[in-house]
Design a protein around this ligand. Structure first.
Ligand SMILES: [Zn+2]
Length: 516
């Protein structure tokens, strides 16, 4: 019986006796070995001078909590040169640490409870698991076991996070090489970040958001570190700049759209734009296929053209017709001609079809009939829907969506804006070029782009880029990005929410870093 009980206590202990009480099991144990090494000189001793008891908790057993009564011996060290005369028995680190109130295996469970549930909820759950530990104890264990980063930091990301939305902010620092958070700072003040950075002089690269005081803090604390602006924010800010340009132009836009009682020329130009989009895609396809035939790798093509890898793969595989438009019309190439006929008053679908067939169109008469129906409906619908001006956000989206995804009335609206507000068309091109430049990692084009953009509707965005040019350059060509840090902020929010808003900085830090 005693032998079997020995199997349930931590390794290295021998069970002397047990007592089953109402809510707990008490197990008297002692170390199996007769001797113990002196912690100072390492010489083993068998000379026991006295004994005392420790009462650490262990894993629960059969629904009862377990209390060990560990007999601890005091040994005498006989080594001649050893300064220590008496030492208390040490147990295997994996079983019971010196001074610990829990066996190592119970401490491990408590740590993970704390990581998973935070302070108070974890304490409640621990009680149900028959391992009663207080709220404070849980937090203490989590803090104690949080692993400090072993290697000096070299590449970090820094970003802010909200303690409370729009209220109070902190700062999170992530190790981008090892993909884990390393520190939380109490606020997002420049001075706080500066102090922390100064304590980590090995940092060579810092990825950060644009704006905020982090740029200055890094420049002051680590003047030699490379600053990398965040690529995602760059792209996002560029889109935002275009939206602002649309907002600034709303008065002109309203005038242009309002004036457009259905103008047949506009309809034609909407169709023409669709057709031009089609031609442009064809051109791209031909260019990409030519590169591919010359033996240029897909990776290189992505770099040179700025198109998405997936797009290029499809073109190369010959699935080009459905690259941009899943339902391409067989009428596509004939639209300008059809449009001209329609404009000239030829509305008979059967007659149009016969002429098209003579030109080599191979589709059925129904295709043309359906086009004519849509066209008639569009003529009616567009007159009505043009009266309302969509929001700036909608317009910005429509202006940057591929033509094929626009409805007829949307195409007309956009065509009207493009004709009436050319400065907005220019702004759109400037922003598209910026996106292309970042995607293609063509940082060499940056100065020329800034010069061109400075005089456009997105001039203030361009000036911001100019002020932060070193970090923007790095964002375009550096492999490091702050995207990872944002992921950690998301995790942090989750952990914070679990703590019911009572998160203290050091505990939040311990939970976030300890679990990484
Ligand atoms: Zn000794």
């Amino acid at each position: 019986m005693a032998q079997r009980v020995t199997d349930v206590v931590p390794a290295g202990f021998h069970v002397e006796r047990t007592a089953l009480e109402a809510d707990r099991v008490v197990i008297w144990v002692r170390a199996k070995s007769n001797d113990c090494a002196c912690p100072d000189c390492g010489q083993r001793s068998v000379r026991v001078r006295s004994r005392y008891w420790r009462r650490p908790a262990d894993l629960p057993l059969g629904g009862r909590r377990v209390e060990l009564r560990v007999m601890v011996r005091r040994f005498q060290c006989d080594a001649v040169l050893c300064p220590r005369r008496i030492f208390a028995e040490r147990f295997a680190e994996r079983a019971l640490a010196p001074l610990a109130r829990r066996t190592e295996r119970l401490d491990h469970i408590v740590h993970h409870l704390g990581l998973a549930l935070g302070g108070r909820p974890a304490a409640a759950f621990a009680a149900r698991l028959m391992t009663p530990v207080s709220n404070d104890t849980l937090l203490r264990v989590v803090r104690r076991r949080a692993r400090p980063p072993a290697d000096p930091l070299a590449v970090i990301g820094i970003d802010d996070f909200a303690w409370r939305r729009n209220h109070r902010y902190g700062t999170i620092v992530c190790d981008l090489e090892r993909r884990r958070p390393v520190a939380l700072l109490a606020d997002r003040e420049q001075a706080t970040a500066e102090d922390w950075l100064r304590d980590h002089p090995n940092i060579a690269v810092v990825a950060r958001d644009r704006g905020g005081g982090y740029g200055e803090a890094i420049a002051k604390a680590l003047p030699n570190a490379i600053q990398v602006a965040d690529r995602w924010h760059l792209m996002h800010n560029a889109s935002q700049a275009f939206l602002d340009a649309v907002r600034k132009s709303m008065r002109q836009i309203r005038r242009v759209i309002g004036a457009a009682t259905i103008n047949p020329d506009l309809l034609t130009s909407a169709e023409r734009l669709q057709y031009e989009g089609y031609l442009r895609r064809e051109e791209t396809n031909v260019a990409i296929l030519a590169l591919w035939k010359d033996g240029v790798s897909i990776k290189q093509i992505v770099k040179r053209t700025g198109h998405h890898r997936q797009t290029i793969r499809r073109i190369v595989r010959g699935e080009r017709s459905d690259v941009f438009r899943p339902r391409q019309s067989s009428l596509e190439a004939h639209l300008p001609w059809l449009d001209a006929q329609w404009g000239a008053g030829v509305r008979n679908a059967a007659a149009l079809w016969r002429e098209l067939r003579a030109q080599g169109f191979r589709g059925s008469a129904r295709v043309v009939a359906e086009w004519a129906t849509r066209r008639r409906q569009a003529d009616r619908a567009d007159a009505g829907s043009l009266a309302r001006t969509p929001s700036a956000r909608t317009l910005a989206r429509l202006m940057t969506t591929s033509r094929d995804n626009l409805s007829k009335s949307e195409s007309v609206t956009i065509a009207a804006i493009e004709e009436g507000v050319p400065s907005l068309v220019e702004a759109r091109e400037v922003i598209a070029d910026f996106h292309g430049m970042v995607r293609a990692k063509a940082e060499g084009q940056l100065p020329a782009w800034i010069d061109r953009a400075a005089n456009s509707l997105v001039g203030s965005f361009a000036n911001g880029i100019r002020r932060d040019i070193v970090a923007v350059r790095a964002a375009i060509c550096s492999p490091w990005s702050n995207g990872q840090t944002e992921g950690q902020v998301t995790r942090l929010k989750l952990v914070k929410r679990q703590m019911y808003g009572r998160a203290k900085l050091d505990l939040l830090e311990a939970r976030l870093i300890g679990a990484a």
